[in-house]
Design a protein around this ligand. Sequence first.
Ligand code: UTP
Length: 231
Amino acid sequence: MNKTFVLSVGGSLVATPGPQVEFVKKVAEMLIRLKEKGILCHVVIGGGRPARDYIAAKRACAEGLNPDLTNAECDECGILATRMNAHLLLAALGKHARQSIPTDTTPDAVSPGLITVMGGTIPGQSTDAVSVKLARAIQCKNVINATNVPGVYEKDPRKNPGLPMLEKISHDQLIGIVGTTFTPGMCTVIDPIAAQILKEDAITCYVLDGSNLDNMEKCILGEGFHGTTIA
Ligand code: UTP
């Protein structure tokens, strides 16, 4: 393979509110096209609405009965939801993917010539952090964060309409925007744990709207894209 990417796909694209079969199939077709051109993209998938619903439901079940329920125990539901979503892409990729979902971000999470698809690993982080930890483990210097906004903004563009998207920012600027502490259910464009590792390992991260797969493919092919480059 000539080039490797780690692609973080927001769960909101794959499962909001239910499984988005056509979207998953289009992602698989894109990944296979790229693989045939010598570009291998490993994918980390988020939990989307099922993750949030099950985390909230688990909290609700414990209310008044089990005051000891921890955030980490709730995160376990989120992790399971990410893996359910990963199963969808595995089904679409068939022989092009490694047919088991890694539960850890070690070099063993990838197999030569095959696409790895995975979800969450440990409580206390989001799948953004998983994607960047996987990139670190396999020494991949290109991460794509496919999310539900066009790129990075100084503040959440859904709450602050009219703000310009930032086309190119440094790792330090990203940390200035997202902060340094992960809190459960937080809603920053990239989670702070991921932002820190991007900086430490000098990984280039492209943030873009994941619903536009043509734009994502252009980004991966180095053909210019709409979104933010963090380098
Ligand atoms: P996501 O990465 O999907 O979080 O993980 P998110 O911020 O909701 O992102 P979108 O909406 O998919 O883009 C869902 C939840 O799963 C748990 C966390 O509770 C997280 O909020 N999780 C995920 C973990 O605890 N560890 C992981 O490694 C991944």
